[in-house]
Design a protein around this ligand. Structure first.
Ligand SMILES: Nc1ncnc2c1ncn2[C@@H]1O[C@H](COP(=O)(O)OP(=O)(O)O)[C@@H](O)[C@H]1O
Ligand SMILES: [Mg+2]
Length: 247
């Protein structure tokens, strides 16, 4: 069996609005899976389902073959599924290193071990210089990187990134792309990358799922997604740049 984080037939309705409709998605270990789609397509709702923040109305989530059932978010994090949020959600009054340490303690490490792990993680990410900065005062892109560092505490099996490159320059997005490649090769995570920066998704992902109005309309490697009429149609009326081309 290939190790993966998977949704089967997942549907989510909010008071009559169908946010997700029978979604099958698979995030294999040690690879980067992309999730793209116009605003309101259901991408964040799907991340919420995968991480226990939202119970599916129907369908199920499995990790490495085991049903996650109706476990709450903190239990799912303990099992090794970590995420970042569209808004950073750091503890804004704490220093960067304390943000990571508190997460480590929340995951069951002693304060001493959590502290050592936090220092090690910032070093691994190359952002040790931010350690003593107050999280609330960080520029946006640094805040994003710290949020990823926090999600990586205790080396999760799966990491879900909800629009991590939003607001980044092309160079910063390239740095992030390289960091994601290291997360896969050095930590062995399966990564789900949700992004509006389609150029970055095409460059970074092994396989890409496309959501439109709650339904998966296409799945495939970057070349297939780039050539897809269905995907082009879903984005019609929105301008999406793909390395100089408009998808
Ligand atoms: N908690 C909620 N209650 C009601 N409607 C919601 C809720 N969360 C999301 N939605 C709706 O579900 C749809 C999908 O939203 P979302 O998953 O945030 O899309 P995306 O992340 O792709 O932009 C939207 O129509 C949104 O308004
Ligand atoms: Mg979203």
């Amino acid at each position: 069996m290939t190790e993966s984080l998977t949704t089967e037939n997942v549907t989510v309705t909010f008071d009559g609005l169908t946010a997700l409709s029978k979604v099958d998605l698979s995030v294999p270990k040690r690879s980067v899976t992309g999730l793209i789609g116009p605003n309101g397509a259901g991408k964040t709702t799907l991340v919420n389902v995968l991480t226990g923040f939202q119970a599916p109305t129907a369908g199920r989530v499995t990790m490495d073959g085991a049903d996650l059932g109706a476990k709450p978010a903190h239990k799912i994090r303990h099992l090794g599924i970590a995420r970042t949020f569209q808004s950073g959600r750091l503890f804004s009054d704490l220093s960067v290193v304390d943000n990571l340490e508190v997460t480590g303690v929340g995951l069951g490490l002693s304060r001493r071990k959590a502290s050592a792990k936090a220092v090690e993680m910032l070093d691994w990410m190359g952002i040790s210089s931010l350690a003593e900065r107050t999280a609330g005062g960080l520029p946006y892109t640094d805040e994003r990187r710290v949020a990823i560092g926090r999600a990586l505490m205790l080396e999760p099996k799966y990491l879900l990134l909800d629009e991590p490159a939003a607001g980044m320059s092309a160079e910063e997005a390239d740095d992030l792309s390289r960091l994601i490649a290291r997360i896969v090769s050095e930590i062995g995570c399966g990564v789900l990358l949700i992004e509006h920066n389609i150029g970055m998704v095409l460059k970074t992902c092994d396989d890409i799922h496309v959501l439109d109005s709650g339904k998966i309309i296409e799945v495939g490697p970057p070349a297939v997604i780039k050539a897809s009429e269905k995907v082009r149609h879903a984005y019609m009326g929105t301008q999406v740049e793909t390395e100089g081309e408009v998808l």
